[in-house]
Design a protein around this ligand. Structure first.
Ligand code: ADP
Length: 664
């Protein structure tokens, strides 16, 4: 056995034996006069051993009756460990060379061993002074000649490695990602606590097993082959798995698997570090969906703006063009009539676009309400048929309507204006998108509901568009070459109204053959309708007591005249004011005023201030505010100023009359 391979205690034993043998030989030589030569040989052997063993060895003489120890010998390994030359220490006190020796506990041990002769082992501990520091393990024993010997090793490096390992293993144990270590044959050797948390398998359940216990069976073919090829070739594999927990739940993880090789380059283990990304994946999908939606709405918005400007321009051109023509002095009466009719039609079309926009914005702010009243459904059907008949005739389409109940049974309680709006829009669309064949509409009673339908033999709607057309600004063909007018608002509005009426709307369509739009609303029946006030059953007109006076405040003379026209048609007395100040004066002078219709933006005194003052004079006098394209903030300010209700401009006369009627 070579010296380096002997254990420490073997070496110590040998050293002791050698020392003993030397002194025996010395004695024997002295007794029998053996020549010095053999002794020298033995001495040399001892020295070689002393100098070349890998442990540090220091030999001390006790001085001052064991109160101090001075260095007598110091081997090469000791020089290396303590970074001192032999000559720096020989003859010096241990305390002088190693000032920390007492604190370290070695000094006391030296004294004990010197006194008792019993060897001591000082387990691993840290020696430290101003010059050196390191982890030391000491063996102390006494030689027959009385010297004390310390044999020691510096295991600072091992200790540092151990500490590092401790930290790394803690990091793995506490890691929020899953760590799985397998042997070369993919048998699991280690899993960290996160693995147990995530998969529900305890480490005992998986040790020795193949990680395929986690497979969900939902990965593409060739997936695992590729993984194995990569890692067996000594490379790192990165990828995502869809795996299965012990309870069967599927989860996504992103993994990095790398081989571990020994010094000979042979793969001994595989280490997989994996992170659960199920939530992240979900969020990502939501994000992508939201982004696509945002892009889509952006596209729709641009399209909508283009459409709407076209939609507004067309009637605008009609109005401006024909009103210019009207100035021609040589026009015949018939021509004039025709131009006026065309201007009126264009104006109506423009108003309908604006009304749709206002309705949409009100629906969004939750401020649109229905005004249910007794409604004769048959009358609604008849009037729609009458108003579209001419259009259908011009297009050469057969146009018919069907009423599913008798006049008497067809009276229900619903918002007549909105019902009319929805059905008219559907009929208008049917005529618009049909170039030959027929358009038929009507209703029938189906259980507790009235089911309306509008059927055409027009272009039809592709299946994938049949849900989308009910979204705002949505048209089947969004490109500029589309051959039909429209802003893509009508159906979404119609569907919303029907839903507000507690009904549903849907479509059944075949491209190239035609479409049937349906909607149903609750059939409230005649009895309920009969309970409503008689005046409203007769026709849906408003009735105001004679002399009912309304103050209309608006700085725009056309608006003032229009409002006056609408209200005067209802036998109402109308007083006009041009601004807020005038309005306040009129309220002071005319105690008969029952309702104020107030514009908000006016010169001299605006509507907000005027309303506050009017409310001071007559707190009970209802003020109906009208603001242009009212946004929620404007509404709030108007309400704060004391307005009872806020209507958006241009005023829908039905809505206005209903509001005024409420205040009779
Ligand atoms: P628009 O005012 O543009 O007509 P709508 O909301 O009424 O808007 O309709 C949305 C889209 O649905 C239309 O642009 C059209 O592509 C399609 N559509 C509606 N009604 C019909 C129908 N009867 N036949 C074929 N397509 C229709």
């Amino acid at each position: 056995m070579r010296d380096e391979e002997k254990t420490f205690s073997q070496l110590v034993g040998e050293l002791k034996a050698l020392r003993l043998r030397i002194s025996e030989l010395e004695n024997a030589a002295a007794d029998c006069g053996v020549p010095d030569l053999k002794l020298k040989e033995s001495e040399e052997r001892f020295r070689q051993l002393f100098e070349n063993i890998s442990s540090g060895v220091a030999v001390y003489d006790a001085v001052d009756g064991g109160n101090d120890f001075v260095f007598r010998d110091f081997n090469k390994s000791a020089e290396k460990i303590d970074k001192l030359g032999k000559n720096d220490v020989i003859g010096k006190s241990i305390q002088e060379v190693f000032p920390g020796v007492k604190k370290f506990g070695l000094f006391d041990a030296l004294q004990r061993v010197w006194k008792t002769g019993t060897p001591e082992h000082r387990p691993l501990s840290m020696y430290e002074d101003e010059r050196v520091a390191g982890w030391r393990e000491n063996y102390i024993f006494k030689l027959p000649g009385g010297e004390v010997v310390t044999v020691y090793d510096d295991i600072t490096h091992e200790k540092q490695v151990e500490e590092k390992l401790k930290i790394i293993s803690k990091a793995i144990e506490q890691n929020p990602v899953t760590v799985v270590i397998t042997d070369r044959n993919a048998n699991i050797e280690y899993v960290n606590p996160k693995f147990t948390d995530l998969t529900g398998y305890s480490s005992d359940e998986v040790l020795g097993k193949n990680p395929r216990i986690l497979q969900s069976g939902k990965v593409p073919p060739g997936f695992y082959e590729n993984l194995w090829q990569t890692i067996l070739a000594g490379k790192e594999w990165h990828g995502e798995f869809l795996n299965k927990k012990k309870n069967g739940e599927l989860y996504w993880e992103v993994a990095s698997i790398s081989p571990v090789t020994n010094e000979q380059g042979v793969i001994t283990n595989f280490v997989a570090v994996k992170e659960d990304i199920t939530e992240k994946k979900k969020l990502w999908e939501q994000l992508v969906e939201a982004k696509e939606k945002a892009e889509e709405s952006d596209r729709l918005k641009s399209c909508f703006l283009a459409n709407i400007s076209h939609e507004i321009r067309t009637p605008m051109n009609g109005i401006l063009g024909f009103s210019a023509l009207l100035k021609e002095p040589l026009l015949s009466g018939e021509e004039k009539e025709q131009y006026i009719e065309l201007i009126h039609e264009s104006g109506k079309r423009m108003l309908s676009i604006i009304n749709n926009l206002i309705d949409i914005s009100r629906i969004e702010t939750g401020e649109l309400s229905l005004y249910p009243d007794t409604t004769n459904v048959n009358e609604v059907i008849e009037s729609i048929h009458a108003s579209f008949n001419e259009q259908a005739r011009k297009k050469g389409l057969s146009f018919s309507c069907e009423m599913g109940l008798s006049v008497k049974d067809s009276v229900i309680v619903t918002d007549k204006a909105r019902l009319n709006q929805v059905l008219s829009h559907l009929v208008g669309n049917a005529l618009k998108y049909t170039s030959e064949g027929d358009v038929a509409f009507g209703y029938k009673k189906n259980g507790e509901m009235l089911e309306f339908y509008v059927r055409d033999t027009g272009i039809g709607i592709p299946r994938e568009q049949q849900v989308k057309i009910f979204e705002r600004f949505r048209q089947v063909s969004l490109d500029a070459t589309r051959g039909y007018e429209g802003a893509g608002l009508g159906l979404s509005l119609g569907k919303k109204f029907v839903e507000m009426m507690n009904g549903t709307m849907w479509v059944d369509s075949t491209p190239g053959k035609g479409s049937v739009f349906y909607f149903s609303i609750p059939y409230t029946g005649f009895m309920k309708a009969k309970n409503r006030s008689k005046k409203n059953v007769e026709d849906n007109r408003y009735a105001f007591p004679s002399g009912f006076t309304i103050l209309v405040v608006d700085d725009n003379s056309i608006s003032r005249l229009l409002l006056k026209g609408v209200l005067s048609g209802q036998q109402v007395r109308v007083i006009l004011a041009e601004n807020g100040r005038e309005a306040v004066e009129k309220v002071e002078q005319e105690p008969d005023i029952r309702v104020v219709l107030m514009d908000m933006k006016m010169p001299v005194m605006n509507g907000y201030e005027a309303t506050s003052r009017i409310k001071e004079i007559r707190p009970d006098l209802p003020v109906i505010a009208q603001t242009a394209f009212a946004d929620p903030e404007e509404r709030e300010t108007a309400k704060a100023a004391g307005c009872d209700v806020v209507l958006a401009k241009p005023i829908n006369s039905e809505e206005l009359l209903a509001e005024v009627q409420r205040r009779v």
